[in-house]
Design a protein around this ligand. Structure first.
Ligand SMILES: NC(=O)c1ccc[n+]([C@@H]2O[C@H](COP(=O)([O-])OP(=O)(O)OC[C@H]3O[C@@H](n4cnc5c(N)ncnc54)[C@H](OP(=O)(O)O)[C@@H]3O)[C@@H](O)[C@H]2O)c1
Length: 343
C-alpha cells in the first residue's frame, strides 16, 4: 500500500464562490478501522453553500472541504475486528459524513460509515440520497412519529430534503401540503400527491385554517423565524412541529439557529403539542446502528424503484465553485451532483 495523490475542493476563507479552489493532497494508508475510498460522486446540498459563507452552526474552520454525502469505491482498508462479508476492495459504498469533506477524489473513512450500494443502483442517483433521506427519516420517524393517514405540511417541498420527505411521505400514506415557489414546483409536488402552496403569494396558515380546520398532525420546517409560531398554531391537538434548519435569513443563520433551537425547546414545554429538533450529523454520530439501518433501507428502496431520486444536474467535481454560483443565482435547480474523473 502506498500514498495516493488526489485533488479536493477547499474553501480557503468564508465568502463567495471565489474562495473555493482545487488543492492537491496525499492520502496515507488507512489506520485500523478505516478504509480509503475513491470517490465517484458527491451530492451538493444547501448546507454546503451556508458553510462556504461561514453561516452554518456546525461550521468547519477554514480551510475545509465542503460536502456531506458521497458514493465511492473501497480502495483498501485495515480491519480492527471481525470483517463483514460485504467489506471488500472495489465494493461501492454510500456515505453520509458527520463533518463535511465530500468534494474530493479520495477520502479516508471509518469502516462503520461505509454502507454498501445495492446491485444495480446508479452511483450518481445514490449520491443524491444519503443526507436528504437520512434527514427525512429523522424528521418523519425519530421526531415526527407520523402515522398513515396523518396530514402534514412540508415547508420547501421542492428542495432536496423536501423531496425526500414527499417521497417517503407518499409511501407512508400521508396527506401532504407543501410550500414552494420554483418554476414547475406545482407539478413536481403533485407527483407525490402533495398539495402545492406558493409561499410567495399564499399564507400557509390561512390555507391550512380553511382546508384543515382541525389542524394538521405535523409541520416540517427549515425556515424558522415567525413561521414557527404559525406552524405551531396550525397543529392539531397532539400535533408535532419538527424543525431541521433555520435558514430564513441568509447571513444570520448561526444566530437564528441558536435562537430557533431554544424557541423549539420552549415550545416543547407547553402541553398539548410537541416541538422537536432534527440534527442529523449529531444523530449519525450518536447512533451508528440507526445510520446504517436507515441508509441501507433508503438505498434498497431506490434500487427497487420504490423511490426515484431526482438528479437535477451533473457537473465535474473541479467545477464545484461554478455549481455553487449557479445554485445561488437559480440558474440551475434541483439536486446537483459532482462527479470525479473516475465515475
Ligand atoms: N437538520 C439537518 O440535519 C439537516 C440536514 C440536511 C439539510 N438541512 C437544512 O435543511 C435546509 C434545506 O436543505 P436542502 O438541501 O433541502 O435545500 P434546498 O434544496 O435548497 O431547498 C430549499 C427549499 O426551501 C424552499 N424555500 C425557500 N424559501 C422558503 C420560504 N420562505 N418558505 C418555504 N420554503 C422556502 C425552496 O423552495 P423554492 O426553491 O421552490 O422556492 C426549496 O424547496 C437547509 O437549511 C439545510 O441546511 C438540515
Amino acid at each position: 500500500m502506498s500514498k495516493i495523490a488526489y485533488r479536493k475542493i477547499v474553501v480557503e476563507r468564508f465568502g463567495g464562490t471565489e474562495t473555493m479552489r482545487p488543492v492537491e493532497a496525499t492520502l496515507a494508508e488507512p489506520p485500523p478501522g478505516y478504509a480509503r475510498v475513491k470517490v465517484l460522486a458527491s451530492g451538493v446540498g444547501f448546507t454546503d453553500l451556508m458553510a462556504r459563507s461561514g453561516d452554518y452552526l456546525l461550521q468547519r474552520k477554514v480551510p475545509f472541504t465542503p460536502g456531506y454525502e458521497l458514493v465511492g469505491e473501497i480502495v483498501d482498508f485495515t480491519p480492527d475486528g471481525p470483517r463483514p462479508a460485504w467489506l471488500q476492495e472495489g465494493v461501492r459504498v454510500a456515505v453520509s459524513l458527520t463533518k463535511m469533506a465530500a468534494y474530493t477524489e479520495y477520502i479516508s473513512l471509518p469502516l462503520w460509515q461505509l454502507v454498501p450500494l445495492p446491485d444495480g443502483l446508479d452511483p450518481l442517483a445514490a449520491a443524491t440520497i444519503p443526507l436528504d433521506y437520512l434527514t427525512a427519516l429523522s424528521v418523519l420517524e425519530t421526531h415526527g412519529r407520523v402515522a398513515t393517514g396523518d396530514t402534514v405540511l412540508i415547508q420547501g417541498a421542492s428542495g432536496g430534503v423536501g423531496q425526500a420527505l414527499s417521497r417517503l411521505g407518499a409511501l407512508r400514506g400521508l396527506r401532504m401540503y407543501g410550500t414552494a415557489s420554483a418554476p414547475g414546483a406545482e407539478e413536481l409536488l403533485a407527483r407525490h400527491g402533495v398539495t402545492f402552496i406558493d409561499y410567495r403569494r399564499q399564507d400557509f396558515e390561512t390555507v391550512l385554517r380553511e382546508r384543515e380546520p382541525g389542524g394538521v398532525q405535523a409541520v416540517f420546517d427549515h425556515i424558522g423565524g415567525a413561521g414557527l409560531r404559525k406552524a405551531y398554531r396550525a397543529l392539531s391537538p397532539g400535533g408535532v412541529l419538527v424543525s431541521y434548519a433555520f435558514s430564513g435569513r441568509p447571513g444570520r443563520m448561526v444566530g437564528d439557529t441558536v435562537r430557533g433551537a431554544a424557541r423549539v425547546k420552549v415550545m416543547n414545554l407547553r402541553p398539548g403539542r410537541r416541538a422537536a429538533l432534527s440534527m442529523v450529523p449529531f444523530e449519525i454520530k450518536g447512533d451508528h446502528a440507526w445510520y446504517r439501518a436507515g441508509l441501507e433501507r433508503v438505498l434498497e428502496m431506490a434500487a427497487r424503484g420504490a423511490i426515484a431520486p431526482r438528479i437535477g444536474s451533473v457537473h465535474p467535481l473541479m467545477k464545484a465553485a461554478d455549481v455553487h454560483a449557479a445554485l445561488e443565482s437559480r440558474e440551475i435547480t434541483g439536486k446537483a451532483v459532482l462527479v470525479t474523473d473516475q465515475v
